[in-house]
Design a protein around this ligand. Structure first.
Ligand code: XUL
Ligand code: MN
Length: 346
């Protein structure tokens, strides 16, 4: 364990999932929000991530006043438990209004729904005490390329971001890119796209990103490079560490469970770039396997954090001098991470 690490950790209520997938129903009993919050506290995590309707269930059927009231009640509970809210994210992929996109829908009324819901999410974020609004742009793409105008879609995204930035002068938008699923191609598939579109908004300084390991891998990229890229711009405001076995559906596997070297290099990038020093959290967007038994229901969270901390210790003891020596000799330090491998850590 890295004894003096300064990282703070979080996860979302959806990360204690019941095992349903597109082909089968839940396999673990339903767990309510209160129980999940208790587990988060028992595991010693510091904060929780919230979709807008995790914070205020059935948000679409509630008035602005009611949404604020429920958010205030939640804030009191979180304060009582000593748990922070890391971010709020509008869940713009469930409602009938967002079937063909939210901000990029061809229907003006549907675009308005998406913006109104995003502004309510900002209200909730403000009440819960976070300035981070995470935007996973799930349905902003097309199944049929000819059904939308790609150039116009970028303009619509900028219009939507501008409305959010104008609505609240403190809010920061953290775009969480993902190249596919549920769309075959998303309009903002990588961190480069997220940071480029930031420049078109009314306040580029308040538009940054969230990197999810699996999403970067699905884009055929190394998540460590995405981390270095975002941090070179000072724009990595949140992080979803997990793992992914190749180019297929989004797996959200426990961090480091598939490829330890890729995990190690993410931690190394975070360490060298000083992630967390401006208050950012390390979040695990991980799911238990469908085969996980109820008694091991939280192991994926604990294991992800444990692996992360072990890799912090390894990154801090990485033989940098030796690496530089090998590089100077025109050789590759490819075996060094293996020398400090978890396999030798007993
Ligand atoms: C989807 C995903 C989401 C976001 C939050 O793949 O990662 O859980 O992280 O909306
Ligand atoms: Mn995520």
């Amino acid at each position: 364990m890295a004894k003096k690490h300064t990282y703070r950790f979080c996860f979302g209520p959806w990360n204690i999932s019941e095992g349903q997938d597109p082909y089968g129903p839940p396999v673990r009993p339903p767990a309510n929000f209160d129980w999940k919050l208790d587990q988060l506290k028992k595991l010693g995590f510091d904060a929780m991530m919230f979709h807008d309707d995790d914070a205020v269930p059935e948000i679409d059927n509630k008035s602005e006043a009611q949404i604020r009231k429920e958010a205030q009640e939640l804030k009191k509970r979180l304060d009582g438990e000593g748990i922070a809210a890391e971010m709020v994210a509008p869940r713009l992929w469930f409602a009938p209004e967002t079937i063909d996109g939210a901000y990029t829908s061809n229907d003006t009324r549907h675009r308005q729904y998406a913006i109104d819901r995003s502004l309510r999410s900002i209200d909730i974020a403000r009440i819960l005490g976070t300035d981070i609004l995470v935007l996973w742009l799930a349905r902003e793409g097309t199944y049929i390329r000819e059904s939308k105008n790609g150039r116009r879609s970028i303009e619509l995204l900028v219009e939507a971001f501008d409305k959010m930035l104008a609505y609240d002068k403190q809010v920061r938008l953290a775009i969480e890119p993902k190249p596919n699923e549920p769309m075959d191609h998303a309009y903002l598939p990588t961190i480069g796209h997220a940071l480029a579109i930031a420049q078109l908004t009314r306040d580029p300084k308040r538009v940054g990103c969230l990197i999810e390991s699996a999403h970067a891998i699905l884009a055929g990229l190394d998540p460590a490079d995405e981390i270095d890229f975002a941090m070179a711009f000072g724009k990595l405001w949140s992080l979803h560490l997990n793992d992914q076995n190749g180019l297929k559906f989004d797996q959200d596997k426990p961090f480091g469970s598939t490829n330890l070297r890729v995990a190690f290099n993410q931690v190394r990038a975070l360490e060298r770039d000083g992630y967390g020093k401006a208050g950012e959290y390390v979040c695990f967007d991980v799911h238990p396997f469908r085969t996980t038994r109820v008694e091991h229901w939280l192991a994926h969270l604990n294991n992800s954090r444990r692996t992360f901390l072990k890799l912090v210790a390894k990154a801090r003891t990485f033989d940098e001098r030796k690496a530089q020596q090998l590089i100077a000799e025109g050789r590759s330090p490819f075996r060094l991470p293996l020398r400090c491998s978890l396999l030798t850590d007993r």
